[in-house]
Every structure is written in structure tokens, then in C-alpha cells.
Ligand binder design. Structure first.
Ligand SMILES: [Zn+2]
Ligand SMILES: [Zn+2]
Length: 309
């Protein structure tokens, strides 16, 4: 089961010629999930040339222009593909009105249903048998949400030698056991999946945190992430200014990653337009002093998220 992350943009405030606005796309077996959609997000998506079909759902961190002005275009783009299922859009309050009003004023022709769900604070916002998306509150100049995409536990490894030792005939009974069902043998014995399967294994987790001041509570939400995408807007010497504007420095992002524990790697994102690519190396260095497994997100970078166990 593939799980890939595509960074569609890494900038904050305004798009730059070589730096689109912060946005993350996840692809899990053909399903696409988009986190934030600033101006130009659809251009970046096109440049990636993904064989993309449908966006399953869109998650918006907050109602600032650099995170939502790409939405109308993205909704038009989604009209190019046939879809029967609605497109779900989640985010803080006023998102519904924004989508509704833009559609009305721009007379947008959209050939599918759009369902907007306004979220407040910590919530399980989407769940199926395989994964769940949850939100948690951040602290910005307006209501803002962080998100985690978390796969559920997977069945353990099947041990054929154990099945053979229990005289379970190879074939459909083996697949039943692998699917977690117990089976009845012809001699009347029942064999339970626990007898032939190893321990359950962890799924993968990706967290997305942008536009917030440092909050001690974030660490607990993002812990054990295989990939933690976090705002690192400013260098450490601008911490005071960052706090006033309710943003994070790269070093504060690293502090969160360090406190969280279990984070495989952290990608910094939402860079201030004041920094050149060269300047960003300084932010990276400051973060790595606290959390060595930090990298600078790059526009249209893709990351393959592997199972740890
Ligand atoms: Zn922003
Ligand atoms: Zn903002």
C-alpha cells in the first residue's frame, strides 16, 4: 500500500516565482488528500504531472489568503473529471460561506457535490477501516487547525509454518486467517488468527502544522509521525516578532519535534518571502541543532512513506 507525500509549495504570505504557497498533497493508493490550497496550488499540482484522478478531501488550516485563495480554481479543476462522490472540504468556521459565496459570485459551474464541514478544535474528522484524519487547535491570529493523517494498526505477519503445524490446509482457510477470521477444520477444531499471525503492526502517520505560535500541546498530537510537516517561517533571532505575528521559527518547530518523540523526519515549510534559498540553509542549521532529522521542504518534492514494521 503506497503512501506518498507531495509538497506543492513551501512559501508563506505570497507565492514567489520559484516558491508556491504552502500545500501538501497525500496520495494513498490513488486517493488524494490536499492540505491547504493557496494561490497557484493547482499550477504546482499540474507541474507534478501526477496521474491524478480525484481529490478525496481537502483540509484547510485557516482562513488566510495564502492558504485558501487557490480553492476556487481547484474546484473548477475537479470539474474536469467525472465524479459521483462528493468532494469534502474541512476547515475552520467561515470556510462554508467562502466556498458558497465564491461559487455564487463567480457563477462557477461545478458538476459534483461539495460538502463543507466546519471544524472546531480537536476532532476525529474522517475515519474508515484503514485510516483516520484528526484535527487539533493551533494558536494563530484566527482560528487555525493542525491535522494528522494516521493509518490504523495492520494485521501481523502470517506464519505459514504455524498454519501447517496446526494442519490447516493451504487455500481459502489460510486467506480467512490472514483476514483475521477464525476457521473451523474438518476434525472440528477451531483455529484462531492469533495462532498463526504475528503481532499487529503500526500504520503510518503524517502531521501537518502551519501558522501557529509555539504551543506545548502540539508535540503530543504529532508524536510518532513518520513525516511531520511544520511551519518554520523565521530564523531564531526573529522569535519575538514571530510570537507577535503568531508564527513559528524553524528552531521552535524543531523544539516541537524533539518534545514529541518518535518523529522520523520533519520537513520545514511556510518560509517567509524575505529569505532566499541560501538564507534558508541558516534556518535549517538552527533547527538541526535541536532536531537533526530536519530537512527543508522543496516545491514539488515527493516523499515515499514506508512502513516502519
Ligand atoms: Zn500563512
Ligand atoms: Zn496565517
Amino acid at each position: 500500500m503506497n503512501l506518498e507525500a507531495f509538497i506543492l509549495g513551501t512559501g508563506g504570505m505570497m507565492p514567489l516565482p520559484r516558491r508556491f504557497l504552502t500545500s501538501l498533497l497525500l496520495r494513498r493508493e490513488g486517493d488524494l488528500f490536499l492540505f491547504d490550497c493557496g494561490e497557484g496550488t493547482q499550477v504546482s499540482l499540474k507541474m507534478l504531472n501526477l496521474r491524478w484522478k480525484k481529490i478525496h478531501s481537502i483540509f484547510i488550516s485557516h482562513m488566510h489568503a495564502d492558504h485558501v485563495t487557490g480553492l476556487p480554481g481547484m474546484l473548477m479543476l475537479s470539474s474536469q473529471v467525472d465524479r459521483d462522490e462528493p468532494l469534502y472540504i474541512y476547515g475552520p468556521k467561515r470556510l462554508g460561506k467562502y466556498v458558497q459565496e465564491t461559487r455564487r459570485i463567480l457563477d462557477m459551474y461545478i458538476n459534483y457535490d461539495i460538502v463543507v464541514r466546519e471544524i472546531e478544535g480537536e476532532q476525529m474528522i474522517y475515519e474508515n477501516n484503514e485510516y483516520a484524519v484528526t484535527s487539533f487547535p493551533l494558536d494563530h491570529t484566527k482560528p487555525c487547525l493542525g491535522y494528522t493523517f494516521c493509518e490504523k494498526m495492520r494485521p501481523g505477519v502470517f506464519h505459514p509454518e504455524r498454519a501447517e503445524a496446526l494442519s490447516v490446509p493451504r487455500g481459502p482457510l489460510w486467506s480467512k486467517l490472514q483476514q483475521g477470521e477464525s476457521v473451523q477444520l474438518t476434525d472440528g477444531r477451531t483455529v484462531y488468527p492469533e495462532q498463526v499471525m504475528g503481532d499487529k503492526r503500526k500504520g503510518r502517520k503524517i502531521s501537518f502544522v502551519t501558522d501557529t505560535t509555539y504551543l506545548p500541546g502540539i508535540a503530543g498530537k504529532v508524536k510518532d509521525s513518520d513525516l511531520f510537516i511544520c511551519e518554520g517561517m523565521f530564523e531564531a533571532k526573529l522569535e519575538e516578532a514571530a510570537r507577535e505575528k503568531k508564527h513559528l521559527t524553524a528552531r521552535q518547530a524543531a523544539q516541537i519535534a524533539q518534545e514529541a518523540g518518535g518523529i522520523d523526519k520533519m520537513g520545514l515549510i511556510h518560509f517567509s518571502p524575505r529569505y532566499t534559498e541560501r538564507d534558508l540553509q541558516e534556518l535549517l542549521k538552527e533547527a538541526q541543532e535541536l532536531f537533526p532529522d530536519t530537512f527543508l521542504c522543496k516545491d514539488r518534492q515527493s516523499l515515499d512513506i514506508q512502513f516502519k514494521e
